[in-house]
Design a protein around this ligand. Structure first.
Ligand code: GLV
Ligand code: MG
Length: 327
């Protein structure tokens, strides 16, 4: 281990994160009854400019009046380049009770963007005597944000998670996309022709691999949760699951749902299965026995496990306990 200890963000269940337009009162009300881990009430891109004020009022009322149970509640404020953003922060924090947990900052480009929001949030919290400190979720969705992702991840003690905002990221990098967050068939490789002739195979690649992997490393190095963003085709359950699975494999803790139908898929993909939990517990037992016998590595089910396996197994068991506590 390094001598540098990475402080971890508060442990929150974040398998699914539902985006709900603040302008849609019915959707906001419905979101409170869904089995979703985190709801973010959106004041940004899902809300048209002439609805911004109304959406802000709706969101304030929803935070105060709706029973959100044990969900984590977040508000996505407008970007720092708009004239809506300061009022989003000030009005939401001045006019709501202590139920809000997080503020989501879109299109973060530099560490100074986070600093600016932190300054504003801190002033309002202190002025209002708010006891619960608001945490930050930051969307990495521009080339500038990705270029500065490490500094952004460490920019504030409030930081809890980084999110890959694939739609804006595609626009910013001028990537060629088809479905929001989906693969592009043009991004692939053609195999060499087999010896003696025959068909060449074409393998699709994941055009978002670099971006997600880069963000995961930045987030984990700063003790934050990495989250995969939206998948636009909410009628394509298999497509959603595939994208969620590959994000989970790379280390993401969860994925956005832009439609209630996607919530269950995210919860399923980002929850360890019974088989995985059972194996993790057996790894911990086997390694405890190995420690008693003074061994560092042992075999389990014909495979080598060592001290690194303990950490993976502990993460798995901790996640299972977190899920059980939340139910
Ligand atoms: C999310 O905000 C995105 O742009 O994908
Ligand atoms: Mg966006």
């Amino acid at each position: 281990m390094s001598f540098t200890v990475v402080e971890q963000a508060p442990a929150r269940l974040n398998r699914s994160e539902l985006a709900v337009p603040g302008s849609n009162v019915r959707a906001v009300e419905k979101s409170a009854s869904l089995p979703v881990d985190v709801v973010f009430l959106d004041l940004e891109d899902a809300v048209a400019p002439d609805e911004k004020e109304t959406a802000r009022k709706n969101v304030i009322a929803a935070i105060n009046d709706i029973d959100w149970g044990n969900k984590t509640l977040s508000v996505r404020i407008n970007g720092l380049d708009t004239h809506y953003m300061y009022r989003d922060v000030v009005d939401v924090l001045e006019q709501t009770n202590g139920r809000l947990d997080l503020i989501m900052i879109p299109k973060v480009g530099t560490a100074a963007d986070v600093y600016a929001v932190d300054m504003l949030v801190t002033q309002v919290e202190n002025a209002m005597g708010r006891e619960k400190r608001i945490g930050f979720e930051m969307i990495i969705e521009t080339a500038l944000g990705m270029a500065n992702v490490d500094e952004i991840a460490r920019a504030s003690k409030r930081n809890e998670s980084l999110h890959f905002g694939v739609a804006d990221y595609a626009a910013s990098t001028r990537a060629r996309t088809t479905v929001i967050g989906g693969p592009n068939p043009m991004y692939g490789v053609l195999t060499d022709a087999p010896e003696g002739g025959g068909e060449r195979d074409y393998h699709w690649g994941d055009m978002w691999h670099y971006a997600i992997a880069r963000m995961v490393v930045a987030a984990r190095a700063a003790g934050l949760r990495p989250l995969d963003g939206p998948f636009g085709d909410f009628n394509d359950a298999d497509g959603y699951r595939a994208q969620a699975n590959r994000a989970a494999v790379l280390g993401c803790e969860g994925k956005w749902a832009i439609h209630p139908s996607q919530v269950d898929f995210a919860n399923e993909v980002f929850s360890p299965s019974d088989v995985e939990i059972d194996r993790a517990k057996r790894i911990l037992d086997a390694m405890a026995q190995a420690a008693r016998e003074g061994k560092g590595a042992v075999q389990l089910d014909g495979r080598l496990i060592d001290i690194a396996s303990i950490k993976q197994a502990e993460n798995m068991v901790r996640k299972a306990e977190q899920i059980a506590q939340n139910q």
